[in-house]
Design a protein around this ligand. Structure first.
Ligand SMILES: [Zn+2]
Length: 258
């Protein structure tokens, strides 16, 4: 494959890995089996949150390569998402530990939005965990993203774009969560939910800086959540170590719905 330099008009990116990353230009580096590296490797520990580098639509899945297809003709491809259970290298993590809550094939995403977790799937299985980042441009194919990444906007915390901005908490001690239900325990009446962001009582939206999981009791709620529900939850800010009791829950979509 012919390797191309990035064209003169640079592409504005949000750096896809949250927090500090030490990396070098690995475009064109030799790889096993006579292959040539056509991306940039951004090393960080497993489960570091990844954010969308551009506005677009998420496609694919963690196991066969995932990325964001942009409406403007720029396509950004992510590979080597996390495929392990936390603290292991078991390859059994599944969607829960690869893609961000509320993000799956066909979902529109915006630059800076939390979309996935970094890991070591695919060709990275035997190397340090990293994001393999490719930048594809319409009519040019894959290009070296080094300069675009060097000048990219950096984030410590993902940006949160609430789907229902009008649904802000009514009282000072309330909080709103956007999250995906990962487990439902009907006997104990709780759900395990991973968060994509919150909105406080002043209406200020905040994303996440690391993997963020919460438990909530839903016994007083009319709605019984299901695994894969991406929902908006409103409730009282819980005490440390306690689950939140939702006052209202609104399901926005479900990962597994036909
Ligand atoms: Zn790579």
């Amino acid at each position: 494959m012919a390797l191309m330099a990035l064209p003169r008009q640079d592409v504005a990116l949000t750096f896809p890995v949250l927090g500090a990353v030490t990396w070098t230009d690995t475009w064109g580096a030799p790889r096993g089996g006579g292959r040539t590296h056509i991306g940039q490797d951004l090393p960080a520990e497993k489960m570091r949150p990844l954010v969308a580098a551009r506005d677009g639509v998420w496609y694919g899945s963690a196991l066969n390569g995932s990325g964001i297809r942009c409406e403007d003709g720029v396509s950004l491809n992510y590979y080597h998402l996390n495929n392990d259970s936390p603290g292991t290298d078991d390859g059994l993590g599944g969607d829960e530990y690869s893609m961000a809550p509320g993000v799956w094939a066909g979902v529109p995403v915006r630059a800076g939005q939390f979309v996935a977790y970094l890991g070591d799937s695919g060709n990275a299985e035997e190397t340090v965990s990293h994001l393999h980042f490719e930048l594809w441009l319409k009519d040019l194919g894959v290009v070296n993203a080094f300069s675009a990444l060097t000048s990219a906007r950096r984030l410590e915390c993902s940006e949160h774009y609430p789907e229902r901005p009008e649904f802000v908490p009514l009282h000072e001690d309330e909080i709103r969560w956007d999250g995906e239900v990962r487990e439902v325990n009907p006997e104990k009446g709780y759900v395990k939910i991973d968060l994509g962001g919150t909105v406080d009582s002043a209406g200020v939206a905040a994303g996440i800086s690391r993997f963020t999981r919460r438990y909530l009791k839903y016994s007083d709620c009319e709605l019984v959540p299901k695994v894969g529900d991406f929902c908006l939850v409103i409730g009282k800010i819980p005490e440390v170590g306690k689950g939140m009791s939702p006052k209202a829950m609104l399901v926005l979509r479900n990962r597994y719905a036909p």
